[in-house]
Design a protein around this ligand. Structure first.
Ligand code: AMP
Length: 513
């Protein structure tokens, strides 16, 4: 049986190092030392999750609990901690708040001071961080000695990482195939890298590809079981109520069970696509859906089929998923697609997409599985305007009308070779007053230090930047600078790990140079 103290020590060692590899090593060592029955709980605790979810432990209760004298030596085991927390989570009804507080104090009395601190942070959700999940996936793969890709795939479909760890460590890689996409449990969508043009896309995808119009709307995942339809965004929020037209269209499809991937987009009265910002009005917080439906109708266009009837298709090659899509969804509800090995044909298709007011094309490998949550090389976007999703590293105080606001943004991209952000340029163009107000707050909340003109921040905010080209510049650390950069929009749907890296930047530079 493993002591909670050992898990706390692992957690502290992981927190004390910023090097990803050391974090992975510490976690993997911690996992290897566990008994089989402890794996699931320990992985959840180390990822900052509770098996019971967040339950009604109030902040006041937690402030009182550590006042309980701590144990002088560690005796609490992981299993015992889990059993007690599960009991506390189950207390309901009259007087349950007092009983919870009492049970919590009892648990805290068994804990040493550092265990108490760990429990408080676990209970308030402070240990949970996005980046930790990725590190944990690597650690599980190392501890179980299975390929990272298999663990990552299972983690996308599993309800919790603990179950994935347990299966990987006790049953091995093949058993991970058991984790599958389930109806009404949305999965992080597959993402794309960038290609300069159709010729480059064809080369990268080995000579032949499916080209599709790239619509600049909002990603949607539609789940259907008979008459029940639910729709989720790219960040897996449910938006069913906001888009009744798409719900009705999905309900009318004859398949009983379906999971579709697509894009929702609003069109103007002339049938031209609205810009992204206008489409997004359909997803605002307080909406009069009925009148919106009149003034800003929206439609869903689908480009992938992840499940047809009882069969999950995610691990099948794209050509089979496209066949299933064609079977389940009429052409009018599908994104226009052209499968070809001819660059001139693809180029003509690209020009038709632009002429219809769309962003460009997506080029997709015909053989690749659906890589949920992954920005892999089997989907490539080809856009007319150069854009990059960059990370804000700092911002300068504005002048005149913008004084008191953080304005000129310092933009950077991660260099995967060094793990450091490389600054590529600055811009304040394209920022509206509302964006200035928002970013000033958001940036100050991430401040690390400042000098007279500039506030430096943790690299957490992703912003989409349009620019004319990349110039060779000895003044910038990466030797490249953005020219005529302009903010298109904040990408609050993207984490910094999902932003473009220096590899993408160098690729654009070498193509336009
Ligand atoms: P980006 O957000 O610029 O990395 O481009 C990827 C996004 O393009 C996806 O998340 C979708 O929302 C959108 N998109 C539009 N059309 C397609 C398409 N045919 N296939 C895949 N994604 C598409």
């Amino acid at each position: 049986m493993t002591l909670l103290a050992e898990l706390v020590a692992t957690s502290q060692r992981v927190g004390a190092t910023s090097a990803r590899l050391s974090k992975v090593r510490e976690l993997a060592n911690g996992l290897r030392a566990l008994e089989p029955d402890e794996i699931e709980t320990a992985v959840q605790y180390l990822s900052g999750e509770l098996p019971q979810g967040r339950f009604g432990v109030s902040y006041a209760m937690l402030q009182a609990a550590p006042q309980v004298p701590s144990a002088s030596a560690p005796t609490l085991q992981i299993a015992e901690t889990d059993r007690r927390l599960a009991e506390i989570a189950q207390l309901r009804g009259a007087g349950s708040a007092a009983r919870r507080a009492a049970a919590l104090s009892e648990l805290f009395a068994l804990a040493t001071e550092s265990e108490q601190q760990f429990l408080v942070r676990l209970l308030v959700g402070e240990l949970r961080q996005g980046a930790l999940a990725g590190v944990m996936v690597d650690a599980i793969a190392a501890a179980a000695d299975v390929p990272v890709a298999r663990v990552r795939r299972a983690a996308m479909y599993a309800q919790n990482l603990g179950a994935v760890a347990r299966t990987a460590m006790l049953e091995g890689a093949d058993a991970l195939a058991r984790f599958q996409l389930e109806l009404f449990s949305p999965v992080a969508p597959m993402l794309a890298q960038t290609a300069a043009d159709v010729t480059e896309a064809l080369t990268e995808l080995h000579g032949s590809a499916a080209f599709e119009w790239k619509l600049d709307g909002a990603r949607i995942q539609v789940h259907k079981s008979q008459d029940v339809v639910r729709i989720y965004t790219r960040t897996l929020n449910e938006v069913t109520g906001a888009v009744p037209e798409i719900v009705e269209a999905a309900r009318a499809l004859s398949a009983r069970e379906l999971i579709l991937d697509g894009e929702a987009i609003a069109f103007d009265t002339a049938g031209r696509p609205h810009p992204f910002q206008i489409t997004m009005r359909r997803f605002g917080r307080r909406l009069d859906v009925d009148s919106m439906r009149e003034t800003l109708p929206i439609r869903g266009y689908f480009f992938d089929c992840l499940r047809l009837e009882s069969e999950s298709l995610v691990d099948r090659p794209a050509r089979e998923r496209f066949a299933a899509l064609a079977e389940a969804v009429p052409e009018a509800l599908r994104v226009p697609q052209l499968v070809t090995d001819s660059a001139p044909e693809a180029q003509a298709f690209y020009e038709a997409a632009l002429a219809a007011g769309h962003e460009g094309l997506m080029a997709k490998s015909l053989d690749a599985p659906y890589e949920a949550g992954n920005r892999g090389a089997s989907w490539l976007k080809i856009k007319k305007a150069h854009t990059l999703d960059l990370v804000v590293l700092a911002a300068e105080w504005g002048h005149g009308r913008r004084s008191g606001k953080l304005s000129n943004l310092h933009l950077g991209a991660l260099d995967p070779a060094t793990g450091e952000y490389v600054m590529l340029g600055k811009t304040f163009k394209g920022l509206t007053d509302a964006m200035l107000a928002w970013q000033t707050k958001a940036l100050l909340a991430r401040e690390t230090h400042r000098d007279r003109y500039t506030v430096y921040v943790r690299p957490e905010l992703v912003v989409e930047i349009a620019f004319s080209d990349l110039q060779v510049s000895p003044r910038y650390p990466g030797g490249l600078a953005l020219r005529l950069a302009r903010v298109k929009r904040y990408r609050d749907d993207k984490r910094p790990e999902e932003a473009d890296t220096m590899d993408a930047v160098r690729r654009i530079a070498s193509n336009s140079g």
